[in-house]
Design a protein around this ligand. Structure first.
Ligand code: DX5
Ligand code: ZN
Length: 215
């Protein structure tokens, strides 16, 4: 599977968001990763529906929306309307993950399900036929610029092995602490969608960093 890079604009300069997104597009990123935080599911607040609606107008890249919020089922339709192409919710925040995956797909978006570093990856296995992507968090969700948690590598590998043995070509996304030194580790373990925030947006030359992530 080709490696795709999803640029997390959490680390962008919000005063120049359209320019930052254009920069990511020109650097060869494949998607824009849009982190939504509600101050409850995670101890931080970021941005939401009106900001997505606005930035949607400035790029053709798929908007990869990562919901770190409680009661995600109440918001998926509005995120889709605002321009989300992929909507990923947290297993830990959902009472009915199967129903929610169906709801997301009914809107026309792709569905993703995510687990925090402490949640066993086996908990997503009952849902992998219902989603397009599984996001294995490689840091505790809530903040950009944290260090990669190396124990998550075994989870990525277990998930990819499970998919291979079940004949399932699932997208496996990783998010948190992805740099040129951790990208080869997660790629080897079976991840094919790499989210990267601070590593890309703090760079002088984003293009060479994107190439470094793809390997
Ligand atoms: C963290 C977010 C990430 C974050 C990654 O909760 O989900 O998408 O922006 O940032 P880096 O790449 O800096 O670890
Ligand atoms: Zn994210």
């Amino acid at each position: 599977m080709n490696t795709l890079v999803s640029a997390s604009i959490l680390s962008a300069d919000f005063g120049y968001l359209a320019d930052e997104i254009k920069k990511a597009e020109q650097a060869g990123c494949h998607m824009i990763h849009f982190d939504v935080m509600d101050g409850h599911f995670v101890p931080n607040i970021s941005y939401g529906i009106p900001v997505l609606k606005s930035v949607r107008r400035y790029t053709r890249l798929p908007m990869d929306v990562h919901l770190m919020i409680e009661r995600p089922e109440e918001y998926v339709a509005r995120f889709r309307q605002a321009g989300a192409d992929i909507i990923t919710f947290h297993l830990e925040a959902s009472k009915d993950p199967a129903g929610l995956a169906g709801l997301i797909k009914e809107t026309g978006a792709k569905a993703g399900i995510s687990v925090k570093p402490g949640t066993p990856v086996e908990t997503v296995y009952p849902y992998i036929d219902l989603v397009d992507m599984v996001l294995v968090m490689t840091v505790e969700p809530g903040f950009g610029g944290q260090g990669f948690i190396s124990s998550t590598t075994a989870k990525i590998k277990a998930l990819r092995d499970y998919c291979i043995s079940h004949g399932r070509a699932l997208d496996i996304e990783v998010d948190g602490g992805i740099t040129d030194s951790t990208a080869p580790i997660v790629r080897d373990a079976g991840a094919n969608v790499l989210v990267s925030g601070s590593y890309l947006f703090k760079a002088e030359d984003m293009r060479s960093r994107v190439l470094g992530l793809i390997g």
